[in-house]
Each structure stands twice: as structure tokens, then as C-alpha cells.
Ligand binder design. Sequence first.
Ligand code: AMO
Length: 430
Amino acid sequence: MRIPIRDVTPETKTAEILGWVHEVRDLGGLTFFLIRDRTGILQVTVPKKKVGEQVLSALRDASRESLVRVRGNVKAIEKAPGGRELVPDEFEVVCRSESPLPLDVVEKVPAELDTRLDARFLDARRPRVAAVFQVRSVALQTVSEFLYAHGFVNISTPKIVAAATEGGTELFPIAYFEKEAFLNQSPQLYKQMMMGAGFEKVFEIGPIFRAEEHNTTKHLNEATSIDIEVSFADHHAVMELLEELIVAVYREVNERCTSALEGLEIGALPVPKTPFPRLQYTEAIRMAAEATGEPIAYGDDIGTTAEKAIGELMGEHYFIVDWPTEIKPYYAMPYEDNPTVCKAFDLMHPRMELSSGAQRVHQHDLLVRQIQAKGLNPDNFEFYLEPFRYGMPPHAGWGLGAERLIMTMLSLGNIREAVLFPRDRHRLTP
Ligand code: AMO
């Protein structure tokens, strides 16, 4: 019976393993193999004179990255990884690997990201790469568990939709029988509608689609969004929940991903301290202008250069709050006493934006006026506006980019490293 390589110890007398040929060294009378599975690496030592013809012929076939089955005796040996080696009675090539390999799994030749993504299945055999997805899995599990523990209901909303949520650009049109449809940019409208249904606290972890034209290191055309919406809550309440969630994810990854973090040469993640500073939009643009020498007009968005400059000054997670109503979407609630400013916020990591959110407009007529003010046609939003006529509770929420969370947490240089099969301007396969 096959056991994971991690469980092969000097105390194990015999063992059978299935793994990939990581390295081969042929020293004439002796051949050394390093065999790898997802739990570790094991040295297999073959004294050629002492093994049968069946093993010898398998050796000749066992090219790098072939999948092999080895059964034999375990011996303690100091110089081998994990202080043990396996001497085979049986050695079988289960599935041979062609050569040359499209990518060097052993990493002696560092590959370009594009080459790695083209051969992602091989790239992900590398422990460093697998470690990222181990962390991602634990991070997303923690998000779900945290939200369940806080009484949230997990919902799934449609990804084929009739209307834009975040404004008309950046949409992917699709052919939907005789109608025009789009891939959804955000579950925004649907999560709000479920507040109208009385669900009170909902979350969704799902794909969002943005037809961003530009190739950058922090944008994808298909990303994963962690979305929440909460009734009877204002923007302060959901900001507090967001910072608590970030801390929970960092803690849990530290707790449960020690070997993955070691593999990534990170050690332990520095857990952010709460509360995160709240920086007014006006203060943020002032800081950016001072640092870069380029003034930002009130009502302009905070671009990448400004974002970086502010991030360097802040040096930790922070919120930008109290945005001008004119640059935030129609669903953000303006302050009652100063409607030019709204109850929207962005959560920032020193490197980039991680999340946007707001208290929402829950009054039907105000919402219609805000949609019109953005130059959009309320008729296209009829299905969304309907629940606002029948007892919509006040509510607030946010959307958090999963890839950006992983990327900043693990200091990855490119967002594509946080997705198995990224979709960008040029990449539609694999
Ligand atoms: P926003 O458009 O700011 O807000 O998106 C929320 C978060 O999603 C992530 N994100 C992306 N990540 C990678 N590539 C992209 N192209 C991309 N676009 C967005 C970012 C961003 O902060 N409906 C609102 C959320 C809300 O108010 O609840 C929204 O979608 O991390």
C-alpha cells in the first residue's frame, strides 16, 4: 500500500511510494533518485548489481518528472534528505515523462512567468508554487469559517447578467440566445437585493469579470472576490469586520501553513494590528501631493503613483474614508449633512487597494437620482430597484479581492502568481 513520502522514516522497515522523479544521478554502479510527492522528497538508491532485470530496465525509462512506484527497504542514512533512503525491490515507471521538459521543475534555470504559466501543471509541481496555493486554500477557508461564525449566509449569485454594476466600461459582453448579456463585474446588486429579502448577513466567494484593457501586475480579467453585505449596519461596522477578518486570516495562515511559509522563505507573517488607521480622502490626496509633488484635485481618483506614495508613508494596512460622492458608485450613501461626501471606504495595503465598500443608499428615490446622476438609465436597473420599494433595510458591505489579499500577504511580485490559471489581456489558455 502506498504511503506518503513524509511518512517514510528510518523506523519504517518497508515502504511503497508513488512519486515524480525529481533528480537522477548515475554513478555507474549506483544510481540515486530523488522522488517527490506533495509531502516531501525521498532518496532512492539502486545498487545496480543487486537488482533484477525488471528494475534495471525501469531505471532506463525513469526520465525526470516521470511518475514511478517504488517498493523496498528503508535504511537510515545521514546524508540523504530526511535521514533515510529507500532501496528498491520493485521499481516501476507508472507514467513516463517526455523530455525535454517544457519547464525545469527543479528550478536550476529560473523561468519567466509566462513560460511558467504556459506549463502551469509542471510549475505547480514545484514546492514553492504549491505553497502559494496551500496558503490560498487556508486563507479562503478561514474567510468562510470566520463569516459563518459571525452568522453569515453563503450565497451564490448569477455570473451571467443583464446590467453593469460598477459603471458601463470594463464589461465583457456575451451572446445569450437572442439577448445581450454580460459577465458580472461584481455581485453588488444581488447581495443588496438579498438585504431586501431579509437575509441580513450574506457572503459570496466567487469570480468577478473585468474587461480591463491594460496588463498590470495587480489586475486580472477574471478575479475572485470575497463579498459581504450586512443589514442594520453602517460603514463603520463593516470596516471593523473587515479588519478583524484580515487579522484572522494572517493568524490562521501562520498557525496552519508553517511548512508552506518556510518553503516560501517567509517564516511567520507579521500580523497587522487593529484598528487600522482611518485616513480621510482629503488627507490622503494632501499626503500624496506632498510626497510626489503632483497635486490631486478634489474629486480625482487616487492613482497608482499616489497610492504607492501614501502606502510608503503609512507602512501598514489603512482605510481611506469619506470619499467624494462624485467618484464612488451610485450605491454609496452620501452623508446626510454633507451629500458631496459619501460613506465609502477603501481598505489599503501599503502596496495597493485590497477592498472597497460603503454604507449603501437604501431609499428608492435617492437611489434612482444617484443612478441618473452617473448618467445611467434607471430603467436598466428595474430588477434591482424593485426591492427598494418594499421595505429595504439600511445596509453596508464590501468586496475584497482574494488574489490581492494573497499577493500582499505573501509579497508576490505579480497577481498572476496567486491564481492557478490567470486570465489577462493575452492569456486565455491553459
Ligand atoms: P471594486 O471594484 O473596488 O468594488 O472591487 C473590489 C475589490 O476587488 C478586487 N478587484 C480586482 N482584483 C484583481 N483584478 C481586477 N481586475 C480587480 N477588480 C477588482 C480589488 C478591489 O479592491 N461592488 C464593489 C464592492 C462593494 O462595494 O461591496 C466593487 O466591486 O481587490
